[in-house]
Each structure stands twice: as structure tokens, then as C-alpha cells.
Design a protein around this ligand. Sequence first.
Ligand SMILES: [Zn+2]
Length: 434
Amino acid sequence: MVFLYQRKQIAVDSENSVKLRPFPFPFRAGVAICSDIDFCDKRTFIAVHRYLNTENYGLGLPVADSFFGLGREPDQLAFFEKNGATPSKNAEFIRQAINDGLIDSLHAWGDFNKVPPNPTILRNMAENLTKDLIAHDLKIKIWINHGDPFNYQNISARLWPEYKGDDPELDYYTVDLLKELGVNFIWRSELTPWPLSGNLKISSPYIWPRLALNELKNAIKIILQKKTRIRTASQITELALPVSLKDGSQCFAFTRFNQYPGGVWAFDPNRHTLRYSLNDHSLDTVIKQEGYIVLYTHLGLPFNVQKEHPFPPEDRDALTKLADHYHSGRIWVAPTVDLLTYWLIHKYLIWNVHTERDCRIIEIEAINDPTLGSRLPIESELAGICFYTSDPKNTFISLDGRRLKTVIHQPDHTGIGCVGVPLPAPPKVDLLDN
Ligand SMILES: [Zn+2]
């Protein structure tokens, strides 16, 4: 007998009940620290990640970072020299960090604050970088817009009409190269001060006041003839949404999280302001809502780590509490690429259950990916996927006719056991011993 299920659908037969768990076992929420590489040199990168990522020197948190193709300051962690063709002294370090999972995001090809990029230099540099990474068998799945309105290479955004990077009619167009690099998630400068994609009902007091306020703001924008600035309800409740770029290509646009006393855009968040976003209330809320936080920050700022600890005591406290949630199995801390990939696979997974002798087989049918089309996932994309089942020992997950390596888990806070695909491996930390 075959039962067909989709995401979050309760099994029709309670005896054979199998249900997708919201997060990898034993976690109840997901947080990624998503850092823009502005003003970060290699020395700061190493000091910051040695504390964040390693167990010997710090917190043992799986955190990744971003990089520039072209920098503006002499020591910025950028792949090329100013000519956009000669690999910089940091190029090999960046390649290795991408390979090891310490870098998972491209920060808008480069830093063009104050002076827009020269289109020819931009295009050549972007082509050089794409060729180099592909030649080294490296993929980048995440693009993050950067900086002020002079960064014309950024992907068009609701709040920034100056950005032109996805308009194929203009010289700043580079989306064709992003596709070659493997980019499927883009950050188009959207922020919220609350967790997203949780299990909240629309009637929840966490949600409906926000939706009502958003509607009011939208009405005012229409009156002021600023229709392009309207934010849909989904944009303030979902971690990511499928979007069409100006060249017609599809990808996911994700929203980051920031809390700062003066508002989300009041100040460039950095490693000395983590205390405002990673406060007790934020972390308790993301667990309660079983939601996601992709945290907006600049771990390289303030510039230039000297001998002192890279994080002030208040921010160290905030990070230590996050690490405690992670090591105690409450909050899954993961590189941005792993958290977004998990969100996508979990949201669009199609599966069924059938019985063979005394065993339940969960057959992965497809990912109904609205950007790339329905497809069979590869095994690594299923990392962390867990199913509740009344008989974990005799439940198996199968992909393309092959049983996957799974882990059996004891009952969690719900009292039900589960079976799951192991978590993605954390970033390697060998580079941080330099
Ligand atoms: Zn930036």
C-alpha cells in the first residue's frame, strides 16, 4: 500500500504515521550567521573564525563567510588585484576557504562604494573569477548585494532602484555568470527584525499585527506613488521566495535578520553589535516559532583586529548563549548555504511511504523546486532531513531505489522518535591554524 504525502501533511493512517520533522534532530530552529566581508583582511578573518568555528580556541560553531572579487582597501579579502585579472595574495586562501566551507557567499563581485564600477573591468573581472572557480571545481550558491547605491552591479532590489546587475540591456549585467557559478540564492537587501518561516498561524499575535502594519504601509506607498516599494505578506513571513530577475531567470531571494535599537537599517551591524540581534528574546522566539534566522552582520568590522579578543565581552556572551543552544540541541547553527538548502529541500520535498515486509520505506520522489523545476535531489542536499515515525529502527529512507545512510534518533520533546539523514559536515578549520 502506498501513501502519498507532501510537506507537513499528517499521515492518513495513524498506525503508519510518518511525518517530516521541521528541523534536523534534535534541533527546533535554525540560525546562520551571514557575514558581509566589508573591510575584512585575512588576519581578521582568521581571528574571528578561529573563535567562532574551532572548539580548541572558541565556540565550535559552523559559520561561513563571504568574499569579494575586487576590493577597495589594500588588505581587503578580495580575489584579484586592482586590475581584476591578477590573482591577489589572498586568492589561494579564498579558494581553499570555499573548498573547506568557510566561505559560501559572493559579496556582489566587489566593493564599489562611492565610485560605480567600470563596466568593462567589472565584466572582465567577473568572467575571470567565474573561470577560475570553475577550473578549481568550486561552486558558489549565494550572492549578497553590497553597499551604497553606486554598486550598480547589485541585483535589482525593492528599496534600491540604482541596482542594475540583472538587466540584460545594461553593461552591468552579470547574472549569466552567476548561473555558471551555481548561484541560486540571492540577498536583495531585505531585512526583518523577526524570525521567518516558522510554524505560526496567521492569527498569532506575533504575526497579525505585523501583517496589518505592512498593509497600512503598503496603502501609504500607493498613495505616495511608491508602488515599487510595496512588501508582500510573504516577504515578511518567509525566509526565501522564488523570484524572476529582470533577465527572466529564476532564483530564490532570501531575507536576513537584524535587530538594532534604532531600526534594522540604523547602523551597519558588526561583530561588536551581535548582542542586539542575538539577545535572549530573539533566540527564545526563534525556538518557540520553530523558525529561521539568517543574521545580517559584518564580522570583519570594526577594521583591524590587534591583540585584543576580536569580540567584546557583551558579544562574546551573546555568542556563547547561541553556542549553548547549539551544543544542547535546541538551535541548529549552520553556514548560510546549508540552512538555505535545508529550507528549500524541506519546503519542496515530495515523498511517499510504502511497506515492505515489516519495514517502512520513505521514498524520496522529487524536489518541486519552483526555480529549477521538479527534479530528483542529490544525496548531499538531503542532509539533515528527518522523519518522525513510530518505528525508527524499521524505517528507511530511499533515493532513486537506494537506501540512504540514516541515523536512528530517540524520542525528542514531542515524545516521538525519528530517522534522519546525517547533518552536513561543518566547515573544516585547518586554514585557521595559520
Ligand atoms: Zn557589504
